[in-house]
Design a protein around this ligand. Structure first.
Ligand SMILES: Nc1ncnc2c1ncn2[C@@H]1O[C@H](COP(=O)(O)OP(=O)(O)OP(=O)(O)O)[C@@H](O)[C@H]1O
Length: 467
């Protein structure tokens, strides 16, 4: 077998083990290079790939390689040389459309014009150091850091960070700018929102100076554009941005953008949308409870406030999908505790403040609360608990949920069976017994259950004893 065949076999296995977007992002760009005895050398486009693969997919890769070779194999990485990468990328992009990649002429440059000084439009508040990493944001965070470390030669051009409201898109965008400003002071960085760009354009059209505007933007080394969903329905802004984008990218200037939805769902001109997909798009999703707690702890410490962990857990249990809201709660707590002569931030104060942010603070532990807590703890979709899946970790999570529903609610075995996809009462009984036995013999399960019980109580607003 040669290296290409081995890698093809690996890809078949990898495709079954990872979701399609991860496959496309992390595995499709890999090229097999050589096979020496049982050592396969693969070429990755960027150092970040190697680090990310090693951190997240090493087991998948090992399994696939061993399977493809029929014996234990070794993997060697090679990082694609930067120049070759830019050239190869342009050719690939052209080939995809059956033509050469566009090499835009530069109609706006005024020869001999001196390079103006550009103010970045950034403050130093948002950095990588104060951005908390979790599974929900690690791809976006690492890609942003890779661009910030090497803006003149990034494989991710453009980088598009997308995700729902308040999950850190602007934070990451500005962190890129702040990092580059500190590390490469000679580079001109510009942060702009799409609305600001449109306003500038409207003004320039009014006084006949659109060329000057675009010309000025071309002096930027790193362009950070927030909220590109605001391009929708703005035909003229799309046109001008299209030209600017081409020129900047052609001149190897880094472009990072944020969007509230995946690019594929962005209703803009196709030529622009396809260019936005040339680099990397990385999403931000809602952080898990632990990540929310780490974020809250970091913001509290930046505000020099102490909040006891059970109170933090209570707050983070209720604020699930928006970090800006979490900050709002913290600001209110600080305000209230200050107003009340340095009153300690305890569970009662947290409950009082939270009422302004969430409509309902759970008073009662319901089976749904338990299922949601267990699913989040084991990083599963809630539906899986009532599905017919027999995968081991799902079965375990399902049995633990049944056990907890029995413990916290007055549901009968039959009713519990119904809640978990119509299972019969003997299955529920068996599950409860299995969990009880495991608690005696398996320390990990014992700890999981203690954690889960604490989380469920925190959700109930019935904080632990010391409060
Ligand atoms: N992982 C994180 N670590 C630390 N702070 C975070 C994190 N995620 C979000 N935040 C904070 O949450 C707040 C909201 O983030 P940001 O403004 O970047 O959200 P956004 O995704 O751009 O939202 P919008 O779509 O409304 O513009 C910011 O103050 C930011 O510092």
């Amino acid at each position: 077998m040669d290296h290409a065949t081995v890698w093809e076999k690996c890809l078949l296995i990898i495709r079954q083990s990872v979701d399609p977007q991860s496959y496309q992002t992390w595995f499709a760009p890999i090229r097999p290079v050589a096979l020496n005895t049982n050592e396969l050398t693969i070429q990755v486009p960027h150092r970040l790939f190697y680090e990310f693969l090693e951190e997240h997919y090493i087991d998948v890769l090992k399994r696939a390689l061993n399977h493809a070779l029929g014996t234990a194999g070794r993997l060697q990485y090679r990082i694609k040389p930067a120049k070759q990468e830019a050239a190869a990328f342009a050719v690939a992009a052209g080939n995809e459309r059956g033509q050469r990649a566009p090499t835009p002429s530069n109609p706006f440059v005024i020869p001999g014009m001196t390079r103006p000084r550009i103010e970045s439009n950034l403050d130093g508040k948002y950095t990588f150091a104060n951005f908390i990493e979790g599974d929900c944001n690690s791809l976006a965070r690492n890609a942003a850091k890779a661009v910030a470390d090497n803006p003149s030669n990034t494989a991710f051009n453009p980088l598009v960070i997308h995700g729902p409201v308040g999950l850190g898109k602007t934070h990451l965008l500005k962190a890129v700018g702040n990092h580059i400003t500190a590390k490469f002071p000679q580079k001109s960085v510009l942060y702009v929102t799409t609305d600001e760009f449109t306003n500038q354009l409207v003004t320039s059209i009014g006084n006949n100076s659109t060329n000057d505007l675009v010309n000025w933007y071309q002096n930027v080394d790193v362009l950070l554009v927030d909220d590109i969903q605001q391009l929708i329905k703005r035909k003229k802004t799309q046109d001008v941005f299209f030209n600017l984008f081409n020129v900047l990218r052609h001149n190897n200037k880094a472009i990072v953008m944020t969007c509230d939805r995946p690019i594929i769902e962005l209703d803009i001109e196709e030529r622009l949308r396809s260019r936005f997909q040339w680099g990397l798009t990385a999403d931000l999703s809602a952080p898990a409870l632990e990540t929310r707690m780490a974020i809250l702890a970091s913001k509290a410490s930046a505000n020099e406030v102490h909040i006891a962990p059970p109170v933090m857990e209570f707050i983070c249990y209720h604020i699930q999908n928006n970090i800006r809201q979490l900050e709002g709660v913290l600001n209110n707590l600080v305000l209230h505790s200050g107003v009340n002569n340095g009153k300690e931030i305890d569970l009662n104060l947290a409950k009082q403040v939270l009422k302004n942010f969430v409509t309902e603070i759970n008073k009662e532990v319901t089976p749904e609360v338990i299922q949601r807590t267990v699913a989040e703890y084991y990083d599963l979709e809630v539906d899986k608990l009532s599905s017919s899946t027999r995968r081991r970790h799902v079965v375990m999570a399902r049995q633990i949920s049944m056990f907890l529903v029995k413990q916290f609610t007055d549901q009968s075995l039959k009713a519990i069976g119904r809640l978990f996809g119509g299972r019969d009462h003997s299955t529920v009984l068996y599950s409860i017994k299995t969990v009880r036995d495991l608690m005696e013999t398996n320390d990990e399960i014992k700890k999981d259950l203690a954690d889960l019980e604490r989380k469920i109580r925190a959700g109930q607003g019935d904080g632990p004893g010391e409060l």
